[in-house]
Write a protein that binds this ligand. Structure first.
Ligand SMILES: Nc1ncnc2c1ncn2[C@@H]1O[C@H](COP(=O)(O)OP(=O)(O)OP(=O)(O)O)[C@@H](O)[C@H]1O
Ligand SMILES: [Mg+2]
Length: 836
């Protein structure tokens, strides 16, 4: 508890405790002394009384005089402090006794020797009574202890009286004096507290005397001084350290800022390199310009990013630019802006510097007066860069990138776009080359396909012609002899005449088929009559002629074919052979009818068309036949033009479209076929429109030829044909001689010349053993240049087409020759010879 008290109270407690203890000890000593002295005095007093009594009672004892003894004892009545006394005989019996107030008193047993004893209430004293060395008895005196108690009480009162004021004085003094000690200590303590709390080492405790407290304060002050000095040094060191730390921190911060900047720039560079890489990768595989441009713009808009991007292509010839990948619409709201619609001269845009390879920059579009800057500004785009796309130092296009914010492109981005432009230019250029190459390749392939088709058709044509030649040769006699027989029918019965007519018709039908077979290969003959043909009229005629096939016959089966005619009024005329065109159209209509066994819709449409749609300037007309029939699969569509290609089995010869093809070719036209299985077919015949100069008068036949009687030499290795020719010509009133080969013919001709009866004309076959038609013609012309030579051959038409006619030959006739044709030719060559 003491430890917890303040030093002042501690001092007070110590002083008070010390002084109280000292005073109490002093009082105790005094009281003890007084009690001791009082006892001593009492002992000596009672001892004297006992001795006196003993002495006075000796005689009484000796003589056994109790009364005397009692008398002696009664003398004690004056002694107030003695409350009882007695004399014991030598046997220890009470001989005489005295009590102060006559009351019985408990006398103790006598002691054998002199003794005394202090009890709490009484003081007992025994003395021997001797006489003459003999013990007579013992005297006993008892005094009350009250006096001692009273004495002690008095002392205690006195002590209390002295102690209280002494303690009060001591307290007062200690209160006053302890300040000399406690106050400086308390001051020091409070100062230490202030110093420790405020860390103010400049404070000093006021100096005290030279005692220990003074020394303590001095020591404390000195310690403070040292601490202050150390604190100052420490503060200085701390300040210096702080300064260094601050400096270093600033340096580090600066370094961090620089590093961050470097890192940012590196990251941006990396991002751009990545972007460049990804764009390069993306465009490297793209071979069409549009795709390349779209990829570049999309990547730039998403990753650079820019708000608006366009690529313009530059045409060095016209010096115009136009938007590449027009269909591309970016995601931004500016994507739909159209800066330059269509073709725009480069010099009008304000980007002409691009042509020298310079990047045109518009940091603020508002401050430039060029067209592109003004348009961008109007659109709300405030900064832009135009980067030229150049290949081999030639401007190829321009990449325009714009942003909403002004001054939004830095030099790195400009450099990036320049690098990108090189890649884009290369890729775009490559894509353009690729496209051109692709076009060239496609054209080549198409040409190749067309050539192959042509070759195929040509080969087929030649084959067909070969077959036709043989069939013709075989057919000639049939037709010609029946013709001959029919010239004079007087000797025949009616049945014979009818049979002959049937033979002739059948022969002619075969000839017609053969002819049809060859039609698709035949080239236009000069003798073909070309007239101005109105396709609308042709269509109407053919529809009328074929009406039974597309209406009546199907209707009889309950099938309805609906007809729609869509003929363009005022359709320009074309030049051609009316009957051929009718035949072609008939074939197309019949094919359509065949394709619609369950009925459907047949449409005939005519249109004028061409590059320039201004009225009267059509370059082409077409007539198309559409049906809603079965359509063709790819293979059928590819092969349908081939002769003998048919999917109709015995119902079709497969010559229809081959013929149509031949007819279209001869009219310098073409066939367009649109068809898909189940979706119907559209066959379109496209013909060029002839200019006024090319047009021919419509219609017109040839005048019949009258030939005077001639002397004719007929040379053919086939006897049937020789005889046939002889009969035809003799029927016509001509004189005919025949020869069975080239050398025989030459002989006959020479002998006639020698006998001065030369031939007026020679008709010769082409293919003969030993001396063929050509050699013969050569020899004849050498000998008689004025004699006309007609060549009669199964290859007639082909020779004319191929320009294969020998110059010595004046005319070529195909087998089997029609009589009219033969006479016509005879007339033509002989009149020509006469004129010469
Ligand atoms: N309008 C059409 N619809 C469907 N297939 C057609 C059509 N026109 C032609 N074809 C197909 O082309 C083939 C050849 O036609 P092409 O006219 O040459 O011969 P064909 O009609 O079979 O016989 P032909 O005309 O000699 O009687 C036909 O067999 C048919 O398969
Ligand atoms: Mg047909």
């Amino acid at each position: 508890m003491l430890k917890r008290l303040s030093i002042r109270h501690k001092q007070l407690v110590i002083i008070m405790a010390t002084s109280t203890a000292a005073l109490l000890l002093a009082c105790a000593g005094f009281v003890s002394y007084e009690v001791f002295s009082f006892r001593e005095a009492m002992t000596s007093n009672l001892s004297s009384v006992a001795s006196l009594i003993g002495n006075n009672c000796t005689a009484a004892l000796h003589f056994d005089d109790r009364a005397a003894a009692t008398q002696v004892l009664n003398t004690l009545k004056g002694e107030h402090h003695i409350i009882a006394a007695c004399i014991y005989d030598k046997n220890g019996r009470i001989y005489a006794s005295y009590t102060q107030d006559q009351k019985p008193f408990p006398f103790p047993k006598p002691a054998l020797t002199d003794s005394h004893e202090f009890g709490p209430k009484y003081f007992d004293l025994f003395r021997r009574i001797d006489h003459g060395g003999e013990r007579l008895g013992t005297s006993y005196v008892c005094a009350s202890s009250d006096q001692l108690s009273i004495r002690v009480e008095q002392y205690v009162g006195i002590i209390a009286l002295v102690l209280c004021p002494s303690l009060i004085v001591a307290l007062f003094l200690s209160l006053r004096l302890q300040r000399f000690v406690s106050e400086p200590i308390l001051q020091l303590a409070s100062m230490a507290k202030v110093v420790s709390v405020d860390k103010n080492y400049a404070l000093r405790a006021p100096p005290q005397g030279q005692d220990e407290i003074g020394q303590l304060i001095d020591g404390f002050n000195e310690m403070l001084e040292q601490i202050q000095a150390r604190d100052a040094a420490l503060q200085a060191a701390h300040d210096q350290l702080e300064k260094r730390v601050l400096g270093r921190t600033q340096e580090l911060q600066q370094e961090i800022v620089e590093r961050t900047r470097a890192e940012l720039s590196l990251t941006q560079q990396l991002t751009r390199i990545n972007l460049l890489n990804s764009i390069t990768r993306a465009i490297i595989d793209r071979h069409d310009l549009e795709n390349v441009v779209v990829v570049v713009l999309r990547e730039l808009e998403e990753h650079l990013p820019i708000d608006f991007g366009r690529v313009y292509l530059f045409d060095s010839q016209s010096q115009m630019i136009s938007v590449a990948a027009r269909r591309y619409q970016g995601k931004s709201q500016y994507a739909k802006i159209d800066l330059f619609a269509g073709l725009t001269p480069l010099k009008d845009t304000g980007l002409d510097a691009c042509s020298t390879g310079e990047i045109v920059s518009f940091p603020e579009t508002s401050s430039s007066q060029t067209a592109v800057a003004m348009k961008l500004h109007q659109a709300g785009l405030h900064s832009a860069l135009a980067v030229p796309l150049r290949v081999e130092n030639e401007l190829f296009g321009i990449l325009l990138a714009a942003r909403v914010a002004p001054k939004a492109f830095n030099s790195e981005e400009s450099e990036f776009l320049r690098m990108l432009s090189e890649q884009v230019a290369l890729a775009a250029h490559q894509a353009r080359l690729h496209t051109q190459l692709q076009h060239a390749y496609d054209e080549l392939r198409q040409t190749q396909v067309a050539v192959m088709q042509q070759e195929r058709l040509r080969a087929l044509g030649q084959m067909a012609s070969g077959i036709a030649h043989d069939i013709n040769n075989a057919l000639c006699p049939v037709v010609v002899y029946s013709d001959l027989l029919l010239q004079d029918t007087s000797q025949f019965s009616d049945v014979t005449v009818r049979n002959l007519e049937n033979i002739k018709t059948a022969g002619e039908d075969i000839a017609h088929i053969v002819c049809r077979m060859r039609e698709f290969y035949r080239q236009r003959d000069k003798s073909d009559s070309l007239v101005a043909v109105q396709l609308n009229k042709t269509a109407t005629q053919v529809l009328e002629l074929t009406r039974p096939r597309w209406r009546d016959i199907p209707q009889a089966r309950g099938v309805v074919i609906e007809l729609e005619t869509d003929l363009e009024p005022g359709l320009p005329e074309i030049t051609g052979n009316g009957s051929e065109l009718r035949e072609a159209l008939t074939n197309l209509i019949l094919n359509s009818v065949d394709a619609m066994p369950e009925g459907g819709k047949l449409t005939i449409r005519t249109r004028a068309g061409g590059w320039d749609r201004s009225p009267g300037a059509a370059t082409h007309v077409f007539i198309e036949v559409s049906d809603t029939g079965s359509g063709m699969d790819e293979q059928t569509r590819r092969r349908c033009l081939e002769p003998f290609f048919s999917t109709k089995g015995k119902r079709g010869t497969g010559l229809g479209l081959a013929m149509v093809y031949g007819i279209a070719e001869r009219h310098e036209g073409s066939i367009d076929i649109e068809s898909a299985p189940g979706r119907g077919t559209t066959m379109r015949l496209i013909f060029p429109v002839k200019t006024g100069r090319d047009r021919l008068p419509a219609g017109g036949g040839k005048p019949a030829t009258r030939v005077p009687a001639l002397r004719v030499l007929c040379i053919d290795d086939e006897p049937l044909l020789r005889e046939m020719l002889r009969q035809i010509l003799e029927n016509g009133g001509h004189t005919v001689e025949v020869a069975d080969g080239g050398s025989a013919g030459l002989e006959v001709f020479r002998s006639a010349v020698r006998s001065d009866n030369p031939f007026d004309v020679v008709i010769t076959d082409l293919g003969m053993p030993y001396v063929d038609g050509r050699q013969l013609a050569q020899a004849l012309k050498a000998e008689s240049p004025r004699t006309p030579i007609i060549m009669l051959t199964g290859w007639g038409s082909m020779m004319k087409e191929d320009g294969d006619v020998p110059i010595q030959v004046d005319g070529v006739l195909s087998k089997p020759p029609k009589i009219a044709e033969l006479y016509e030719m005879l007339g033509a060559v002989t009149s020509k010879a006469k004129a010469a």
